[in-house]
Design a protein around this ligand. Structure first.
Ligand code: UD1
Length: 358
């Protein structure tokens, strides 16, 4: 019998994409069967409360059957420093009382940074899922978060060899493992539950929420106007941040663009699976489009997911409406069959296995 004490993992999540990633890794940690010399896991999830609307948070826990967080810090919305500071304080309290062996963080949000920084100060080792991504654009808050969290992490789980190379260029070579993308695991696991939208005509699925766009009414207005001239109807589940800017600036979609409430994970899988193609500034949606066999037009100046551009699944058009229009014909063409640029869909199990060997 294995008598080793379980490894205590404290997982920090707070924003929508982190719930999706944590769903798969939490499942793999719970299902892990240790062999001789390995420990089993005891995981507790801390929710920072960065995303708090039920449609931005609760629905993911319910659909994806994610273990209930042991605490929600309810930091809510505000400036970067105010919210990150509030997270630091709350996370430190949890770390001191729960004394985990590892802190597990995901992606590049302010919740990721707060989790890593609080852990580093208490000398608790950090495991970072989705390490090594770079946009090389320091105007993005996410880029600052990525660079700092990778610097502080003991285990760095990369989705690709490019991510590993990015880390190597910054001198980070120890503890780096290319495991693939946990979001691919999620698509494979939940695809059968996708909810098809009730619409009989072809449509384009679009999401826009990045600060670089939603803090700039001129850019957002230009893109929405161009979407009105797209070859098909455009379905747009709206992030509250985008909705707020549109309301404030009186940006109203034309008749071709249909604004919707934020979508659940299963609804999103359905929207993408049945779309003609995808337009987005989200990182996760770029990959989900690829996994579900759709081309993606990325409304940003660069992407971290460069492998998708290399295999002609993704085209980066910035926020120039003419470039967006020029990509429509390309986007409507079917995508080549292979789906293997970010691993085999076993990233979560590999992460559990590596943690168990530590
Ligand atoms: C955050 C991440 C971004 C990620 C995105 C996924 C950072 C710096 N950015 O951006 O990388 O792609 O999550 O969605 O962490 N709001 C609500 N209700 C909510 C959540 C947000 O109304 O439940 C509104 C608030 O006005 C808030 C704004 O959206 O101020 C922005 O929210 P915030 O969490 O700061 O950043 P996101 O844009 O969601």
């Amino acid at each position: 019998m294995n008598t080793l004490k379980p490894a205590k993992i404290l997982t920090i999540v707070g924003a929508r994409p982190q719930f999706i990633k944590a769903a798969m890794v939490s499942r793999a940690l719970a299902a892990f069967r240790p062999t001789a010399g390995q420990r089993r896991f005891e995981e507790a999830i801390v929710h920072t409360g960065q995303h708090y609307d039920p449609a931005m948070s609760d629905v993911f826990f319910e659909e994806m059957d994610i273990p209930r967080p042991v605490v929600n810090l309810h930091v809510g919305s505000g400036g970067h420093s105010v919210t990150t500071g509030a997270m630091l304080e709350g996370i430190e309290r949890e770390l001191l009382s729960r004394k985990p062996d590892w802190v597990l963080v995901y992606g590049d949000t302010n919740s990721t940074l707060a989790g890593a920084l609080a852990a580093a100060k208490l000398q608790i080792p950090i495991a970072h899922v989705e390490a090594g991504l770079r946009s090389f654009n320091r105007r993005m808050p996410e880029e600052t978060n990525r660079v700092l969290v990778d610097r502080l992490s003991t285990l760095l789980f990369c989705p690709s060899e490019n991510a590993r190379a990015n880390l190597a260029r910054e001198g980070i070579v120890n503890g780096v493992h290319v495991v693939g993308d946990v979001m691919y695991d999620a698509v494979l696991h939940y695809r059968a539950k996708a909810i098809a939208p009730a619409l009989d005509e072809p449509y384009i699925l679009c999401t826009l929420h990045r600060a670089e766009l939603t803090d700039d009414p001129v850019r957002l207005r230009g893109l929405i106007k161009m979407l009105d001239e797209a070859p098909h109807k455009v379905l747009m589940p709206l992030h509250p941040r985008t909705r707020k800017l549109a309301d404030r600036e009186n940006i109203v979609p034309g008749t071709n663009v249909c604004w919707l409430e934020p979508a659940s994970y299963f609804a999103m899988l359905g929207y993408i699976e049945h779309a003609a193609f995808v337009v987005t500034d989200s990182g996760g949606v770029q990959k989900e489009a690829y996994y579900l066999g759709k081309r993606c037009v990325t409304a940003r100046d660069e992407t971290e997911w460069t492998e998708l551009v290399a295999c002609d699944a993704n085209r980066v058009v910035g926020s120039d409406p003419a470039a967006l229009r020029a990509a429509f014909d390309w986007a409507a063409q079917p995508l080549a069959e292979n789906r293997d640029v970010y691993g085999k869909g076993d990233a979560s199990e590999r992460i559990a296995g590596i943690l168990a060997d530590m």
